[in-house]
Design a binder for this molecule. Structure first.
Ligand SMILES: Cc1ncc(COP(=O)(O)O)c(C=O)c1O
Length: 455
C-alpha cells in the first residue's frame, strides 16, 4: 500500500503493479491445449543432441533464399503484363490490401488445376495460414454455448486452440482403429441434439491426418457428404498435407461436394513454405441476410478477418503468387520433389521400424503402428504410458524425441500412443533415431512388465 507520492520514493504511477494473476486472464491461457508444445520445446532445448521425430515442419533443404526475390519479381512482372500502372503495382506491395486477399483469383485457378475444385474467386478468402481460416470459420458458425463444433479426435491442436479462444463447445468423434466411422459422426450429432445443443460443423483432416497420419477412404468421404446433407451440418475440411502425400490422391471432400456442405481450409505452409503464413478458406455457402439478399459465407468470413488481421500481408501474397505463377498456376508444380522426399522419409522410417521389430517382436512387445504412404506423420501404439515423464526419459537416456499422442486428444485418451514426424530428418538420422526409439520402447516395456509403474 503506497501513498500518492509512492512509499518507495516515486509517484504512484511509477510503482509497479502487482503481478497479474493468470486466473484473472481468459481461461484459454490456463488451458493445457494452448501449452501442449511447451514441454516438448523445453525438452528439445535441454537435449540438443537428441534426434527428434517431434516437429511437424517441412524439410528445409528445399528452401532457397534467392528464389524469394525471383518469385516476387515474377509476380510484379505479371502485374505489369496485365497492364497495371507502376503506382498500382507499388500499392500492391506497400499498401493495405483488400481484406479477402489480392490473389483469390489465382488461388481459385490453382484449386481448379490441382484439385478439380471449381469455385468462384469470391468464395475464397486469403488468410494468415490455415490457422486463421479455422478461426474465421469457427467464429462465423458458432453463435453461442448451445452450438457445438464436432472434431474428429485425436485432432490438430490448432482447432482445439481456436475452440478454447472463442469459448466454443467442442464435441469429439474418436477415430476408430480401422479409421473414421460415419456411424460415430452420426451418433455424436444425435447425442448433441438429444442434449439440446446444435452441432454446426464437423472438422477433419482427411489426408495424412495430423496427428495420426491416416487418410479417409473415398467411400467414407462420399458417405460423410451424404450424412452432412441428411443431418444438415457443414464439414470443415482441413488439407495441409494433401499435396505432400501419396501419389494416389483421393478427391477432396470439396471436389465431391455438390450441396455446398464443405468449407475447405487450405494452407501453403507445407506445399510452398510456412514463413509466408498464407492459407485460405473456400466458403461458397449461400447466406441469406434476412432481408431478401443473398451472399456467400466467404463475405461474412471477410468481415471477421477485417477485425483479426485486417488483411494477409501483401508481400507474402506476392511471393506465393509468384511461386504459383512460376509453376503454371499449380501448387503441384512445387510439390513433386518435396512429396517424393516425404514419401521416401516415411518409407525409410517404416522400413527401420520393421527391421528392428518384425511381426513376432511387435506382438511380444505389444507395439503397433500404421503405414501411411506419405505425409508427415505416423502413430505408434506402445505398451506403456507415453506421457511427459516417458518423453523426458526418452530424451535423457536414449537421445530421441517424439510427441505424446495424448496432446491431441481434447477429451482425454491416447495415453499409450506416440506421434512420429518423419518430414524433417535425414536418412542417417532416421536410421539412428529409430534404433534409439526401439531401445527406448523395449526398456519402457520391460519396466512396465516388471510392474514398475511408468507414471
Ligand atoms: C492439420 C493442420 N491444419 C493446419 C495447420 C496450420 O497451417 P498454417 O501454417 O497454414 O496455419 C497445420 C500445421 O501444422 C496442421 O497440421
Amino acid at each position: 500500500v503506497h501513498d500518492r507520492t509512492g512509499a518507495a520514493g516515486g509517484t504512484a504511477a511509477e510503482v509497479c503493479a502487482a503481478p497479474l494473476r493468470r486466473a484473472d486472464l481468459h481461461a484459454s491461457v490456463s488451458d493445457p491445449a494452448l501449452d501442449t508444445m511447451n514441454f516438448l520445446n523445453e525438452v528439445t532445448a535441454r537435449h540438443p543432441g537428441a534426434i527428434s521425430f517431434a516437429p511437424g515442419r517441412p524439410y528445409d533443404g528445399f528452401f532457397d533464399v534467392e528464389q524469394v526475390f525471383g518469385y516476387l519479381r515474377g509476380y510484379l512482372d505479371h502485374l505489369k503484363a496485365l497492364g497495371h500502372a507502376p503506382e498500382v503495382i507499388r500499392d500492391h506491395l506497400f499498401q493495405y490490401g483488400p481484406t479477402a486477399g489480392r490473389i483469390r483469383e489465382l488461388i481459385a485457378e490453382t484449386l481448379r488445376r490441382d484439385e478439380g475444385v471449381d469455385v468462384p474467386a469470391e468464395a475464397v478468402v486469403v488468410t494468415v495460414g490455415a490457422q486463421e481460416a479455422m478461426l474465421l470459420a469457427v467464429r462465423a458458425l458458432i453463435t453461442g454455448p448451445s452450438d457445438v463444433l464436432l472434431v474428429s479426435s485425436p485432432c490438430y491442436v490448432g482447432i482445439t486452440g481456436v475452440a478454447r479462444l472463442l469459448d466454443v463447445t467442442l464435441g469429439t468423434v474418436e477415430e476408430a482403429p480401422a479409421g473414421l466411422r460415419c456411424a460415430d459422426v452420426e451418433a455424436a450429432v444425435l447425442a448433441e441434439r438429444g442434449a439440446g445443443r446444435r452441432p454446426r460443423a464437423f472438422y477433419l483432416v482427411p489426408d495424412h491426418n495430423n496427428p495420426l497420419g491416416t487418410t479417409v477412404p473415398e467411400a467414407t468421404r462420399r458417405e460423410l457428404l451424404d450424412l452432412a446433407a441428411d443431418l444438415d451440418i457443414l464439414i470443415l475440411e482441413d488439407t495441409p498435407y494433401r499435396l505432400v502425400g501419396s501419389e494416389r490422391r483421393l478427391p477432396t471432400l470439396k471436389a465431391l461436394d455438390r450441396g455446398r456442405r464443405v468449407v475447405h481450409l487450405g494452407s501453403f505452409s507445407k506445399t510452398l513454405f510456412p514463413g509466408a503464413r498464407v492459407g485460405y478458406a473456400v466458403a461458397d455457402q449461400e447466406v441469406d441476410d434476412g432481408r431478401g439478399g443473398r451472399g456467400l459465407l466467404a463475405a461474412e468470413l471477410t468481415k471477421i478477418k477485417s477485425m483479426v488481421t485486417v488483411n494477409t500481408p501483401p508481400l507474402s501474397q506476392a511471393v506465393v503468387a509468384g511461386m504459383l505463377l512460376a509453376a503454371g498456376g499449380q501448387t503441384t508444380g512445387h510439390t513433386q520433389r518435396s512429396s517424393a522426399y516425404y514419401r521416401r522419409t516415411m518409407s525409410a522410417t517404416l522400413h527401420e521400424l520393421e527391421r528392428h521389430l518384425p511381426a513376432e517382436r511387435q506382438r511380444e512387445l505389444g507395439v503397433r503402428w500404421n503405414r501411411p504412404d506419405g505425409g508427415f506423420f505416423l502413430s505408434l501404439q506402445v505398451p506403456f504410458r507415453a506421457d511427459d515423464a516417458a518423453l523426458a526419459r526418452s530424451a535423457e537416456d536414449f537421445g530421441v524425441l517424439w510427441t505424446p499422442m495424448s496432446y491431441f486428444h481434447p477429451a482425454g485418451g491416447g495415453e499409450n500412443a506416440i506421434r512420429l514426424s518423419t518430414s524433417y530428418l535425414s536418412d542417417a538420422d532416421i536410421v539412428e533415431g529409430i534404433a534409439r526409439l526401439v531401445r527406448f520402447v523395449e526398456a519402457e516395456a520391460a519396466r512396465t512388465q516388471k510392474g514398475q509403474p511408468t507414471w
